[in-house]
Design a protein around this ligand. Structure first.
Ligand SMILES: [Zn+2]
Length: 361
């Protein structure tokens, strides 16, 4: 189960975007990006540490719940006050007393955390990240102008953004849902964060992140724009990723250039398993499996979480989904689970097959 080799952190902003910002001609942007890059290393080490702990240690560290928790949302929000000391952060909000707060970032993560917990509980009967009532911990205002949000193995941490390319990472519900889903993933298949398994790990987070946003905003498959991070990236034409049209989320961005995501398997990018290679393109090739989900959901119609989401959740929690799964494994598992839920030759199975066919997997 535990891996001794390199285990990167789970963050929303991929290394290739940070690298571009580090090379920016705008010194303010470059300085913030260099600092963000430095933080990435620290969170990566934390994640390896939590990941390799024993069950008993995980309970003590709060990586998993100490005992079966109550079936209600338990969440705490902390303010790092632009410092980098998580242990020294101030408690801003606690679901136990639900006090009123004025912090906008705090309000954002409470809203997104609630929407995510409700999504998993009300649709799938899942009680929090570990399905055991784990207290959800969220930290806002981490560092000065950090360009990222992380799942570090036991909590979610959000930067305020550099103010030019990115604003607060708490602003998009789909980012909060994305990070929380990394936690769910860690408690289920725990897909390796490299190559195809890593791209699937990223894709599950994007898919559940977008559904959490769609459900919060009551958007069906036609009404949704299928964009991840449409508000965190400053400028009306820019978003981090598009599930509907991977590779078009941002074009000709003055600092970031073009969205590099492929939508189909023939454009799969074989990248090195290094930070510069985005661990084999985990944030790049995820466009392919994101697109398969989008086509399947669109063809089924209605709300994505009703049918397509049910199938993908069945796969996420299927014991047959192994840590080093490839795209073809998930394709087969979505078909098998769709057949189990809706019947062989059902329109739902056809829609799933169509999704994978259009993504050329
Ligand atoms: Zn991620």
């Amino acid at each position: 189960m535990c891996k001794n080799h390199f285990n990167p952190i789970h963050c929303i902003i991929p290394p290739y975007m940070i690298k571009k910002l580090m090379e920016s001609g705008n010194k303010k942007i470059a300085d913030k990006a260099i600092n963000t890059n430095f933080r990435n290393y620290r969170f990566r080490n934390d994640r390896i540490f939590f990941h390799n702990s024993s069950l008993k240690e995980k309970r003590i560290l709060g990586v998993i719940a100490k005992q079966v928790g109550k079936e209600v949302l338990q969440m705490k929000v902390y303010d790092c006050k632009q410092k980098t000391d998580l242990a020294g952060a101030t408690l801003l909000w606690d679901s136990k007393n639900n006090q009123k707060i004025t912090s906008l970032a705090g309000k954002n993560v409470i809203k997104g955390g609630k929407a995510s917990w409700d999504f998993y509980w009300q649709l799938f009967g899942r009680n929090s990240i570990d399905n055991n009532g784990l207290l959800i911990k969220q930290y806002v205002h981490f560092d000065k102008g950090m360009d990222n949000a992380y799942w570090d193995g036991r909590r979610m941490v959000y930067g305020d953004g550099d103010g030019t390319v990115f604003t607060s990472f708490t602003i998009d519900i789909d980012i909060i849902g994305h990070e929380l889903t990394h936690g769910v993933m860690e408690n289920e298949a725990n897909l390796d964060y490299e190559n195809q398994a890593g791209a699937l790990n990223e894709s599950f987070s994007d898919i559940f992140g977008i559904m959490i946003k769609q459900r919060f905003n009551n958007q069906d498959v036609k009404k949704s724009n299928w964009l991840i991070g449409e508000r965190v990236m400053i400028g009306p034409k820019y978003a981090l990723r598009s599930l509907k049209a991977p590779g078009t989320a941002y074009l000709n961005h003055p600092e970031l250039g073009n969205d590099p995501q492929p939508a189909t398997m023939d454009k799969y990018q074989n990248l090195p398993n290094t930070s510069a290679g985005d661990w084999g393109g985990v944030h790049i090739n995820s466009g392919i499996t994101n697109f398969a989900f989008y086509v399947a959901a669109y063809n089924m119609g209605g709300y994505a979480w009703d049918k397509t989401g049910r199938i993908w959740y069945a796969v996420l929690t299927d014991v047959k989904l192994t840590q080093n799964a490839k795209f073809a494994d998930v394709k087969n598992l979505t078909i098998v689970n769709a057949e189990k839920i809706y019947g062989i030759n059902s329109p739902e199975v056809k829609a799933v097959k169509q999704g994978w066919a259009e993504a050329k997997v």
